[in-house]
Design a protein around this ligand. Structure first.
Ligand SMILES: Nc1ncnc2c1ncn2[C@@H]1O[C@H](COP(=O)(O)OP(=O)(O)OP(=O)(O)O)[C@@H](O)[C@H]1O
Length: 263
């Protein structure tokens, strides 16, 4: 039995169809100069599911997530986040919608000399317009909320330690707590486990799956390990050369198809 099955059965595709759509990407394309890196890419993320992006280096996985979180803008196509169609929304509505999708990166970017709690509070502060840097003191209510977020990732007992004293896997869980402090509906994780050892990678993936199953968050994670997708995702999106190759329930896809992405 896979770890994901223990945490909650991986949903068949028709179950996902009945859930709320948190992210709807329709036919987006993106070029850098004359280089097309994403063509007609479409995908959805539903509440309560983990979607894994797989594909060789340069296949467009991160570009898709960046078009969602606003680090880049797609050249064409449509993105709807939490019911807000970005192309038709005001700049303020677009920013609000994008804040419902918190991003976690491979490079963890905690302020190492600050405490774990202060780093998590920064996620709550990021909800405020005009936020730039971590202030020395956070309001008590925000500290309490940050403690709850740390508890959700199993690190409340490390709240007052310096972030730099934690292991890589623990720091990634703190980064996820910081993302939770933004009160997202969805977590976009761009290679969240690529820098971690196998045990820490499992811990982080198990946490993301638990947040989906128990808290109804949507999770979209770029992964380089097909076996982690198989263990922890409900759906797998395969990309090759900026094009969607498949979008399947993990129950319907075999190792040959997964492996073919890397040929
Ligand atoms: N800002 C940019 N300017 C120019 N080219 C870019 C830019 N961002 C990405 N690219 C190119 O777009 C292509 C797709 O990149 P992307 O990061 O989406 O791939 P990926 O599937 O996430 O790959 P990897 O697994 O290596 O991270 C790559 O060839 C990359 O070099």
């Amino acid at each position: 039995m896979s770890a994901a099955t223990l945490l909650g059965a991986q949903a068949p595709a028709d179950a996902a169809a009945a859930r709320e759509v948190l992210l709807d990407v329709r036919a987006i394309s993106k070029s850098f100069g004359d280089r097309v890196v994403l063509s007609d890419m479409s995908m959805r993320v539903h509440a309560g599911e983990v979607v894994a992006f797989l594909g060789a280096n340069g296949s467009g996985k991160s570009t898709t997530l960046r078009a969602v979180n606003g680090l880049i803008e797609a050249d064409s196509g449509d993105i709807t986040i939490a019911g807000v169609r970005l192309s038709e929304a005001s700049a303020q509505r677009r920013a609000e919608a994008r804040r419902t999708a918190a991003t976690v990166f491979q490079k963890i970017h905690l302020v190492q000399r600050r405490t774990v709690l202060q780093n998590v509070c920064a996620g709550g502060f990021a909800r405020l317009p005009g936020w730039r840097s971590i202030p020395p003191l956070f309001p008590r209510s925000l500290q309490e909320e940050a403690m709850v977020c740390l508890d959700r990732v199993g690190l409340a007992d490390r709240a007052h330690d310096r972030a730099g004293s934690l292991s890589g896997g623990q720091q990634q869980r703190v980064a996820i707590a910081r993302a939770l402090c933004q009160r997202p509906r969805m977590i976009l994780a761009d290679e969240p486990v690529s820098a971690l050892d196998p045990k820490a990678a499992d811990d982080v993936m198990r946490l993301l799956r638990r947040l989906a199953v128990e808290e109804n968050l949507g999770v979209a994670a770029v992964l380089h390990q097909p076996q982690l997708a198989r263990a922890y995702a409900d759906r797998v999106i395969g990309l090759r050369g900026g094009r969607l190759v498949f979008d399947s329930s993990v129950l319907d896809i075999d190792d040959v198809e997964l492996g073919s992405l890397y040929l």
